[in-house]
Ligand binder design. Structure first.
Ligand code: SAM
Length: 343
């Protein structure tokens, strides 16, 4: 009986809301789920893990999300922004190390106008024609998503954060709407990006039913990537006193999502690695197939603090990448040299 739901998910890739809930609340499924998800990932990607070089290019942000350490209202953050040359240097360095995807992530910094950002994306596209460019720069007008796509960006990460509008309003101030977040995701998909949605596991006020709604949303939206990591509190935010999300629940969601969308690009996230020394490996063993080492310069790494005790899967030098390679080898995986597109 226990394996029946897992078997159904494996074969049909979708469950009813009641069945998702049963998987989420009942630990008896955990090992069968994990085993099935790992096998599914191995079948599609072999034992190869895609790496993405993360460049955190600004920690200025106009938004005030209650959970986020770089929210506008946090006056204790030392703000920084990288220049176009800084960003290109990170890419050059990353390219030499073997990265073929660069992820530019930032707070919603108004100084990175459409013109400036398109210029940066075009420069990366020109210098690294064989690389994928992923952006994670929040909610923008559709026309700007289009210009960035036309300048050479291929992928966009925009976590939906929660599929429930009431829950969304408990995590964000009034000027941010769930409706717009979801609209942005559909705009991105229509334009032709490979799109990533996602959520924080254990964010304040989240219920199991909310997680079920998240799974149903993922089932409808059919993202190319899903970013799933535990919520971790930051001391200078309104959510400072909430507990961190559960590692077990995060791993379980990774497994369910791998079985729902077998080809999905699923990172083992920094937040997971921040809560558990072998979180990166655990994520992969639960069905993840992507790791995003940080290529940002040290000045950025110490200031792009979304939550306390943030770990860094380093790629600052060849040695750090070698350490990652060894850690993956230990659990039977290797780093892929390819761009790792969704297909
Ligand atoms: N501004 C862009 C956006 O909104 O998508 C990108 C940057 S934002 C900091 C990237 C992601 O960090 C968010 O989507 C959120 O899920 C995650 N994040 C922020 N604060 C966090 C926290 N305290 N714990 C875990 N993840 C967090």
């Amino acid at each position: 009986m226990y394996d029946d739901i897992v078997l159904k998910l494996q074969k049909e890739h979708r469950l009813s809301a009641a069945e998702y809930k049963e998987l989420l609340v009942n630990p008896v499924y955990d090992s069968a789920l994990q085993e099935a998800a790992r096998r599914q990932a191995l079948e599609i990607f072999g034992n190869e893990i895609y790496i993405r070089g993360l460049i955190e290019f600004t920690n200025y942000c106009k938004n005030n999300c209650y959970y986020c350490g770089i929210r506008a209202g946090n006056k204790n953050v030392e703000r920084y922004r990288l220049t176009k040359d800084d960003i290109l240097l990170c890419c050059e360095h990353g390219y030499e190390l073997g990265f073929r995807t660069f992820v530019l992530q930032g707070g919603e910094d108004k100084l990175f106008t459409e013109e400036i950002l398109c210029d940066i994306v075009s420069a990366i596209r020109k210098e690294f024609p064989d690389c994928a460019i992923t952006l994670s720069f929040g909610e923008l007008p559709r026309s700007m998503y289009q210009s960035l796509f036309d300048s050479g960006a291929n992928r966009y990460l925009l976590r939906h954060e929660t599929a429930n509008p009431i829950h969304y309003s408990k995590l964000h101030p009034e000027n941010l709407s769930h409706e717009n977040r979801i609209k942005c995701l559909y705009d991105l998909k229509e334009i032709g990006y490979q799109v990533g949605c996602g959520l924080m596991v254990g964010s304040p006020y989240q219920t199991v039913d909310n997680l079920v709604e998240d799974l149903m949303f993922i089932g409808d939206f059919k993202p190319h990537m899903v970013g799933i990591g535990p919520f971790i509190p930051h001391k200078d935010t309104p959510f400072a006193h909430y507990s961190a999300g559960s590692v077990q629940m995060t791993l379980k969601l990774l497994s369910i999502i791998r079985l729902m969308e077998p080809r999905v690009l699923l990172p083992s996230t920094t937040a997971l690695a921040s809560l558990m020394p072998d979180g990166c490996e655990q994520g992969i063993l639960a069905g993840a197939n992507v790791v995003m080492p940080n290529l940002s310069p040290d000045i950025a790494k110490s200031k792009y603090i979304l939550y306390n005790n943030k770990s860094s899967v380093g790629a600052q030098d060849a040695n750090a990448l070698l350490v990652l390679r060894q850690r993956l080898n230990k659990i039977g995986y290797t780093i892929s040299n390819s761009r790792g597109d969704y297909n």
